[in-house]
Design a protein around this ligand. Structure first.
Ligand code: IPM
Ligand code: MG
Length: 359
């Protein structure tokens, strides 16, 4: 009997709806050649949720996510909502959502497609073959620590990590490393911060359970430099919330386009799969957004949440074929393009290849 997976769909703001539509197109196409199908429950988050309900994260959205097999997420935010009080802003909805679902481990791969090697602002020989994974702690650290607040004279946040928080994210990174090149680089600021010193001690303790994995440590400022100098030295980068936010944006640029890279937020029963880019309101509605990061996130969802590795491989292969044949959205027009495609055209090409792909 064929399986049906329930996916909570959060399209969000800006280009969110356009790119999610393409990911759904590809998921439906690939499922037609597999033994499963999907039902989707579309729910609100972000600016659109605020406009329609007064809350950037309505309860119904959390409920739908909790009763789904996985969440596929577009993007949220935009200038329109920038002046709202903090708790009404789209970003607050997203942070609360991550916390409510307990997705403490944020996986952000940075891979460089050979077909787009010239899209990187770094030299081809520096980035060719880059394949690293940032494992970012997502629901603790500076983003959530207490006390925090502001008055007329000061603003403050607290960077705090408890032992269990560090242990579980360290396990997550070591387990991922076991499926990759078995190297973890833990990134901190242990020369200055007590929280980082503690982080380092706990990571070392956990590493003893993974004798096959090589553990190294790096200060975050050095890591920012090394990512540009020699990114191929990294396999898995394990780090906290704020450092991971910054380093994963930096790592994404190795590939040349922020429109290519997916992410997964996992750790509890339900995972959230989303492109790493934002809602790009300046190009919304024009049919020029690159849906590949979202389609690739859908592939991660198949792999990590649904255990449908074959279907995930088909989507990854279809993306590669599409790029190697020279189909490009406008953001990548300057890099060996044979044909410039709209958002929906490139989605259809990938869907078609994914459906026909024989692995
Ligand atoms: C990200 C984003 C978010 C974050 C914002 C939108 C709250 O930058 O997912 O990296 O800082 O975590
Ligand atoms: Mg970020």
């Amino acid at each position: 009997m064929s399986k049906t997976y329930n996916i909570a769909l959060i399209k969000g703001d800006g280009i969110g709806p356009e790119i999610i539509d393409e990911a759904v197109k590809v998921l439906d196409a690939v499922s037609s050649s597999e033994d499963f199908d999907f039902t989707y429950d579309e729910v609100l988050m972000g600016g659109i949720a605020y406009d329609m309900t007064g809350d950037p994260l309505p309860d119904e959205t959390i409920k739908s996510a909790r009763s789904s097999d996985a969440v596929l997420f577009g993007a949220i935010g935009g200038e329109k909502w920038d002046n709202l009080p903090r708790e009404k802003r789209p970003e607050s909805g997203l942070l609360r959502f991550r916390k409510e679902l307990g997705v403490y481990s944020n996986l952000r791969p940075a891979i460089v497609y050979d077909e787009l090697i010239n899209a990187s602002s770094l030299k081809a020989e520096v980035v060719k073959g880059v394949d690293l994974m940032v494992v970012r702690e997502l629901i603790g650290g500076l983003y959530f620590g207490e006390p925090k607040g502001r008055d007329e004279n000061k603003g403050y946040n607290t960077m705090v990590y408890t032992k269990p928080e560090i242990e579980r994210i360290a396990h997550s990174a070591f387990e991922i490393a076991m499926q990759r090149d078995k190297r973890v680089c833990s990134v901190d600021k242990a020369n200055v911060l007590d929280v980082s010193q503690f982080w380092r001690e706990v990571v070392i303790e956990i590493s003893e359970q993974y004798p096959e994995v090589e553990l190294t440590h790096m200060y975050v400022d050095n890591c920012a430099m090394q990512l540009i100098r020699d990114p191929k030295q990294f396999d898995v980068i394990l780090t906290g919330n704020i450092f991971g936010d910054i380093l994963s944006d930096e790592a994404s640029m190795l590939s040349g386009s922020i429109g290519l890279l997916p992410s997964a937020s996992v750790g509890s029963k339900i995972g959230v799969y989303e492109p790493i880019h934002g809602s790009a309101p300046d190009i919304a509605g024009q049919g020029i957004a690159n849906p590949i990061a979202t389609i690739s996130s859908a592939a991660m969802m198949l792999r990590y949440a649904l255990n449908e590795n074959n279907a995930a491989d088909k989507i990854d292969a279809a993306i590669k074929k599409t790029l190697s044949e020279g189909y490009r959205t406008k953001d990548l027009a300057a890099y060996d393009a044979k044909e410039i495609c709209s958002t929906s055209e490139i989605g259809s090409i990938i869907a078609n290849y994914a459906a026909k792909c024989k692995l």
